[in-house]
Design a protein around this ligand. Structure first.
Ligand code: NAP
Length: 306
């Protein structure tokens, strides 16, 4: 019986591991993938405090893992297949084992939605990105395309317009889904141009991206937009499939927590990109992990009193 089982592999998980160890809690981390979660895919992380020259995503993930292990976290590679979270003893199932703990932190993250194009995969890291905040500064003074019409796409376009030459927003309809204030700001920004009723046909280039070919879905006309970067902002999908019948999620499937990262179930917490929140970054995930352990400790103290 562990004090806490933390599910996932990213910064929220490994930070929770560090804090659990320091708090004297026995902690088991169940991870499916390479440590770091999504940051393992980031070429360089330039906005994590303490690394003014940037740090490779893979390296940051390994450092987080070593730090958690230094504080006694046990890390097992396992694919979680189910949960029983409503009782006082929480159970986490894998295909061949059942793990038990007094508390659970759900931090399985979220995945960026993709366009499903071969060229999108091919140029990932050499012009294609799913994170303007992370990769935008590499495109200073260049032309970029943002794909999508929601809050994320328009926020990304506005952010990028601060330092790139030109932002083309490619959207499949002629109406944005983004909130009005963002829409207004984007329409007034001279560096932002909208490409309506258009879908990405392919991303062109040799070793680096040189353009995006889009098809107008009304006229079927093709247009090549020369650019160095393509930011795909068509939404994310949280990894909540196995828990959404037990914990409360929002309309998009993200886990709803209070400011202490508590879910609707006592003793069950959530942290990182899987949580319904406005900013999904390494630094916010790490903070969530620390807060979740603080709340888990508090919960364990109430159990002891009973
Ligand atoms: P979203 O609201 O789901 O918008 C996704 C956009 O991408 C939509 O415009 C959609 O087009 C388009 N899209 C989806 N699949 C596509 C595909 N296969 N090909 C081309 N286009 C596609 O996602 P989001 O913008 O990431 O926002 C997610 C949630 O976070 C929302 O609740 C949003 O309000 C919230 N959020 C809030 C803030 C903020 O408040 N500051 C910032 C970011 C995000 P259609 O419009 O045609 O469906």
């Amino acid at each position: 019986m562990y004090d806490v089982i933390i599910v996932g592999a990213g910064p929220a998980v490994l930070t929770a591991g560090i804090y659990a160890g320091r708090a004297g809690m026995s902690a088991l981390i169940l991870e499916r993938v390479f440590p770091g979660g999504q940051i393992a895919r980031a070429h360089i992380v330039e906005n994590y405090p303490g690394f003014p020259d940037g740090v490779e995503g893979v390296e940051l993930g390994i450092r987080f893992k070593e730090h958690a292990e230094r504080h006694g976290a046990v890390i097992e590679s396992a694919e979680v297949t189910g949960y029983s979270l409503d009782g006082e003893i929480k159970k986490v199932f894998t295909s061949d084992k059942t793990y038990e703990a007094k508390t659970v932190i759900l931090a399985m993250g979220a995945a960026y939605k993709t366009l499903g194009l071969y060229s999108e995969k091919r140029f990932l890291g050499t012009g294609v990105s799913y994170c303007a905040t992370c990769d935008g500064p590499f495109f200073r003074g260049k032309d970029v395309v943002v794909v999508g019409g929601g809050d994320t796409a328009i926020e990304d376009a506005l952010y990028l317009a601060n330092f790139v030459n030109r932002v083309y927003v490619v959207h499949r309809r002629d109406e944005l889904r983004a909130q009005m204030a963002l829409q207004k700001a984007a329409r007034q920004n001279e560096r932002i141009e909208f490409v309506w009723n258009s879908e990405v046909d392919t991303i062109t280039g040799d070793t680096m991206v040189t353009g995006v070919r889009v098809r107008n879905n009304k006229t079927q006309e093709m247009r090549l937009i020369p650019c160095s970067g393509v930011f795909i902002a068509i939404g994310t999908v949280p990894h909540t499939e196995e828990v959404k019948s037990q914990v409360k999620t929002d309309a998009f499937g993200y886990i709803v927590t209070d400011s202490g990262m508590r879910t609707n179930l006592p003793g069950v917490f959530a942290a990182g990109d899987i949580v319904a929140k406005p900013l999904r970054q390494v630094v916010t995930a790490a903070a969530d992990g620390a807060i979740a352990i603080y709340s888990a400790q508090e919960y364990l103290r109430t159990l002891e009193k009973e």
